[in-house]
Design a protein around this ligand. Structure first.
Ligand SMILES: Cc1cc2nc3c(=O)[nH]c(=O)nc-3n(C[C@H](O)[C@H](O)[C@H](O)COP(=O)(O)OP(=O)(O)OC[C@H]3O[C@@H](n4cnc5c(N)ncnc54)[C@H](O)[C@@H]3O)c2cc1C
Ligand code: SF4
Length: 524
């Protein structure tokens, strides 16, 4: 027996009273914001849409498809349990096709402004003809005025963060930041050597609804990549709550000091894995912020986490919205390829074709197992190596979008195109985030199990020098990277030639699906 349709039918409110209808997109699954929070449940109806076309648009990780569908279905049942009537629609097509006839039948549908540009674009004709009526999205913590006050472009997160801290009074005392400074980032850079123990990852017991979603994904999206692990999938409101309580209790006390650490022994370390549920609104950022401020935490951890939620997360969505998804600034078209990086994404990113570099292979394996890896592995392993190799920023972005369970356009595009690859230049960051093997060796244990030696045979440092050499002109005048550029220029001609050879060799081998090996010595 199909569990979800039966449960939905059985839980439908009996009252046939006339209802005011809303469309609730897949990432607004909370009744603490918008009309669901303010109007009586018995007077409301919501439309929830499962679009197979959307699910098939990219090779999304199976876990992501299951996460979205399982949460949407649990939300439907949770809402009916509180008296809201649910119209659940499954369509082979898109959202607009599904909603247009419903708006005719039920009257104009209100919807909180969709977070994803892609969904806004798809629904634009329905907004234009009045079938959909936009209301404000109440899930964000900052306003367009906050963003405007930090001036730009280019935009800088620290200016935005200071503005929001000052306006909201968060971690402020008599107009000054608590602890005397806005950011404790400099204190938060410890490597992790096994102590304190990393939290044990939370597991969930999949109910009949989640199991049915798992069967659907395994059957209808069998060709999609990634492992499906239902016991790691937060599906209900209670699951999301448990995940957040776990993060607050087990991760946050050590979050700050080990924020930048990476390890083969834990894909998440002291990171909370909250983005997967927060990006679906299962846990609201306002609640997260409130709990973090109320918790008894060391200031570097508390401030460090507040900066992620109130700073980075809000900042990237403003940048995305202000630039039409990093496509234009004002009337000018924005390049997504400021460093002329054009290497097609090597197959190694899709798994199954090891690169021979333990850092990259470990994180890629984490991603296809979990649909997740934490921030520094995204930035300093995947982003860094992609940038050093000269991978096309757009291709890398599309890969992140498909591979991570928490990826939606407003968050993945700024993080990859702007932050990780410098694809849009100085728009959002002051310099490219690139590093050689010394950084990776210091901040992780990846090098211990690698065929390369980080101090001699490792290709990453030569790739770093080759990156600086080929981009010297483009980065000229950038004070944040002036010193490494000068060091690069001082390298002996023979070393520079070997850097270029290493780059050509690494690009050629990885593009052919072959692993890099320390011996024989790299040849162009
Ligand atoms: C190349 C790259 C790609 C990324 N892609 C995504 C993505 O698709 N979806 C996504 O939600 N985040 C993305 N991020 C940001 C960040 O890495 C993730 O939010 C974070 O790793 C999620 O794991 P967590 O919940 O354990 O985070 P924690 O470290 O526990 O952080 C708490 C929360 O802060 C927020 N946050 C922190 N940094 C950022 C940021 N730069 N942008 C937005 N939110 C942030 C997230 O909501 C996160 O859940 C990306 C970062 C990089 C460098
Ligand atoms: S030695 Fe080089 S390639 Fe190997 S893990 Fe370390 S940084 Fe990565």
């Amino acid at each position: 027996m199909p569990a979800f349709p039966d449960a939905l039918r059985a839980s439908a409110p009996k009252s046939r009273a006339r209802r005011r209808w809303l469309f609730v997109p897949y990432d607004q699954l909370h009744d603490g914001i918008g009309p669901l929070a303010k109007e009586p449940a018995a007077e409301l109806g919501i439309v929830l849409v499962e679009s197979r076309a959307k699910a098939a648009r990219r090779p999304y990780h199976k876990q992501k498809l299951a996460l979205v569908l399982a949460n949407l279905r649990h939300f439907a049942l949770e809402q009916q349990a509180r008296g809201v009537l649910v119209r659940h629609v499954v369509t082979a097509g898109g959202y607009a096709e599904a909603l247009a006839p419903l708006a005719k039948e039920l009257g104009p549908l209100r919807v909180q402004r969709p977070a994803e540009r892609e969904l806004r674009a798809e629904l634009a004709p329905l907004f234009a003809d009045g079938a959909l009526v936009e209301v404000a999205h109440e899930g964000w913590l900052s306003t367009a005025e906050d963003f405007a006050a930090c001036k730009g472009p280019p935009w800088r997160m620290d200016a935005f963060y200071r503005q929001v801290r000052q306006r909201t009074g968060v971690l402020m005392e008599r107009g000054k930041p608590v602890g005397g400074k806005y950011s404790f980032d400099a204190e938060n850079r410890k490597p992790w050597r096994g102590e304190p123990a990393a939290p044990t990852e939370l597991t969930f017991r999949p109910d009949a609804i989640t199991q049915e979603v798992g069967e659907l994904v395994a059957r209808d999206f069998a060709k999609h990549p990634g492992e499906l692990r239902l016991d790691r999938l937060p599906a209900s409101k209670q699951d999301a709550e448990r995940l957040w309580q776990w993060g607050l209790r087990e991760c946050l006390p050590q979050f700050g000091p080990y924020e930048d650490a990476m390890s083969t022994r834990s894909s998440g370390l002291f990171h909370t894995r909250l983005s997967q549920v927060m990006n679906l609104s299962r846990v609201l950022p306002a609640r997260v912020l409130q709990d973090v401020l109320a918790a008894d935490l060391p200031l570097p951890s508390q401030e460090g986490f507040v900066r992620q939620i109130l700073g980075w997360r809000e900042f990237v969505r403003h940048v995305h919205e202000a630039t039409d998804g990093l496509r234009r600034v004002g009337k000018s078209k924005l390049t997504q390829d400021a460093l002329a990086a054009d290497l097609p994404l090597p197959a190694t990113f899709w798994g199954g074709a090891p690169s021979g570099m333990n850092c990259l292979d470990t994180v890629v394996a984490d991603v296809w197992r979990e649909g997740y890896s934490h921030h520094i592995t995204r930035l300093m392993i995947l982003g860094n190596l992609g940038t050093l190799l000269g991978v096309s920023p757009r291709e890398l972005t599309d890969w992140f979008w498909a591979a991570y369970v928490d990826a939606f356009d407003w968050v993945v595009e700024p993080n990859v195109l702007a932050m990780a690859t410098y694809g849009v230049g100085e728009l959002m960051t002051t310099k490219p985030y690139v590093a050689g093997s010394a950084y990776i060796d210091k901040m992780s244990d990846y090098c211990d199990g690698c065929a390369f030696d980080p101090k001699s045979t490792c290709p990453v440092t030569r790739l770093y020098w080759a990156f600086l050499a080929r981009n010297a002109e483009r980065l000229e005048g950038n004070q944040r990277i002036a010193m490494p550029l000068r060091s690069c220029q001082k390298r002996a001609a023979g070393e520079r030639a070997k850097d270029a050879e290493t780059l050509a060799w690494a690009r050629r081998e990885l593009s052919a699906g072959r692993a890099l090996r320390p011996q024989p010595a790299p040849r162009a």
